[in-house]
Design a protein around this ligand. Structure first.
Ligand SMILES: [Fe+2]
Ligand SMILES: [Fe+2]
Length: 183
């Protein structure tokens, strides 16, 4: 009896997404090393932590493919892009990368909807929510960086930005959890 519960197309898309999450992890890892070499220890710490998070995303998908009885294909991970030249570009690239990953997640959601594979559709909703958080986090950091890099801003702001990132929580808060008393 065939115990594989994933279609060929869905299994291929999930395997590709697994590699994409691993690629994201490599990007955070490489930018983290770059940030440290530029003297931004706090930013580097944040990026290294995030590299782990992306690896966890990869593992979630790997586990799901196995649980559904399909085959996991571990492939080569593409090289991360070249290092940014300044810290602002680093966060710009990260935001763009997260948006790109969201698009890939949406494609799988669409595919599972079309195939009426509700288990995969349901599984992917976790990623939809996670991507909202990841984009928010990247956007918030870009906003803070804009203030710190403003010409009129105190030079110490970039220093504080770096220091704060060391203890910045790994997840942005979800809009779903907001109340009028706790905006
Ligand atoms: Fe991810
Ligand atoms: Fe991400």
């Amino acid at each position: 009896m065939d115990t594989n519960r994933l279609s060929k197309t869905i299994a291929a898309a999930l395997n590709a997404q697994m590699t994409k999450e691993a690629h994201a992890s490599q990007i955070y890892l490489s930018y983290g090393a770059w940030a440290d070499s530029q003297g931004f220890g706090g930013i580097s710490n944040f990026l290294f932590r995030h590299a782990e998070e992306e690896r966890n995303h990869m593992m979630k998908i790997l586990e799901y493919i196995l649980k559904r009885g399909a085959e996991v294909e571990v492939t080569a991970i593409p090289d991360p892009p070249k290092n940014p030249t300044v810290i602002k570009y680093c966060f710009n690239k990260i935001f763009a990368h997260e948006v790109d990953n969201t698009k890939a997640v949406y494609k799988i959601v669409k595919l599972s909807f079309e195939e009426e594979d509700w288990a995969t559709w349901n599984f992917m909703q976790w990623f939809v929510k996670e991507q909202v958080e990841e984009e928010t986090l990247a956007k918030d950091l870009l906003d803070k960086l804009k203030i710190a890099e403003n010409e009129k801003a105190d030079k110490n702001l970039l220093y504080s930005f770096d220091r704060d990132l060391k203890s910045t929580p790994d997840d942005a808060s979800s809009a779903e959890n907001v109340t009028a008393n706790n905006p």
